[in-house]
Design a protein around this ligand. Sequence first.
Ligand SMILES: [Zn+2]
Length: 111
Amino acid sequence: MSERRDYGRYGTRFMLANIPPFLIAMSAFWFVVREFDARGLTFWVAVGVFFGSLFVLVAMDAYRYRHFRCPECGETLPKPNWRKIKAGDSIYFCCSACDIEWHVGLRIPDD
Ligand SMILES: [Zn+2]
């Protein structure tokens, strides 16, 4: 049975880092809607920025899920086992060397 420990700092940093690309995506979306009828350069730039920032967001999260270091031994741990973690559950990384489940304070959305 592995020990369960909390490492909420990771979750907090994770959410904070998501804010800038999210805000950029939202502003770009606003321009997409506003310029929808004109379909000018602004519209296409906004479309590009919108999808670009969403891509950055997804790529950044995917990268960080694959580069979590065990706060105890410093080992890079495998990404969370998505088959074991169900909707509404807290996300954790397992360190087999320390036998610790690191709960990072992030949750899988319920819906
Ligand atoms: Zn460890």
